[in-house]
Ligand binder design. Structure first.
Ligand code: UDP
Length: 239
């Protein structure tokens, strides 16, 4: 069983039916799934995206807001989600710290890797907010970076689908699930696992990427315990 993991989910997962904002029922559900990991002695780092509030690329679409400004807005959005998630985790009685890549000390701690590791060792969940702190990156890259920094055994990308498909399963009924992929396959154009920067970083550091459905209760725990039937794994050593 993995001892330390990094779980990443998109901001959109938190959105209400309208596709934006934060749905507290979903927040409560996600936090309860994380609780089951902590109760099983797993050290959990979390990264949440900001797409339910704003994304840099969309903000910059009309040419009024510059991309870098839009990206900083996106990073701030992840802090909003992180604070919400912290509340939901504390609702379930967990100990939590938010660490931000951009200092905002009235709201959360700054990111300090040694301190983050100490929190994890003490059984606290650490939420890494504000992405990498740099524009032109994504929260997938931030999650991969933090996973490597804290020495996580895997990064779990928790999504709405149960793995990686050769084409969009929502549009193509004949889409095939790929149980295992190499990093190079994940980098190919038609496969959408994470952006290339994130995959390249994982490849260089041999960090396995697991893609699973977070809306199937118990899934995260099963994967961490070593049951890989309901997910896809990107790594070099399978096949
Ligand atoms: N972002 C950024 N640098 C980072 C991480 C995120 O500039 O290191 C910005 C970027 O604009 C991105 C937004 O924050 O669109 C929200 O993150 P993301 O799109 O990855 O969220 P998700 O799609 O996972 O909800």
């Amino acid at each position: 069983m993995a001892k330390r993991v990094l779980v990443k989910f998109s901001g959109e997962a938190l959105a209400s039916k309208e596709g934006f904002g934060i749905d507290t029922a979903i927040l409560k559900y996600i936090a309860s799934e994380i609780k089951s990991l902590v109760e099983n002695g797993i050290e959990v780092g979390l990264v949440v995206g900001g797409g339910n509030i704003i994304r840099g690329v969309s903000a910059a679409k009309e040419g009024i807001i510059r991309r870098s400004a839009g990206d900083y807005m996106g990073m701030l959005a992840t802090v909003i989600n992180a604070v919400a998630l912290q509340e939901a985790l504390e609702y379930w009685g967990l100990k939590v710290r938010v660490q931000s890549a951009i200092k905002m000390e009235e709201i959360c701690e700054p990111f300090i890797v040694r301190r983050a590791i100490r929190h994890l060792e003490k059984g606290r969940v650490v939420i890494f907010a504000a992405g990498t702190g740099n524009p032109f990156f994504t929260t997938d890259t931030a999650a991969t970076l933090r996973a490597i920094e804290i020495g996580a055994e895997m990064i779990i990308k928790a999504t709405k689908v149960n793995g990686v498909y050769d084409k969009d399963p929502n549009r193509f009924p004949d889409a095939k699930k790929l149980d295992t992929l190499t990093y190079d396959e994940a980098l190919s154009d038609n496969i959408k696992v994470m952006d290339d920067t994130a995959i390249a970083l994982a490849k260089d550091n041999r960090l396995p990427i697991v893609v699973c459905n977070m809306f199937e209760s118990g899934n995260l725990l099963e994967i961490i315990k070593g049951d890989y039937t309901k997910c896809s794994i990107v790594s070099n050593n399978i096949k």
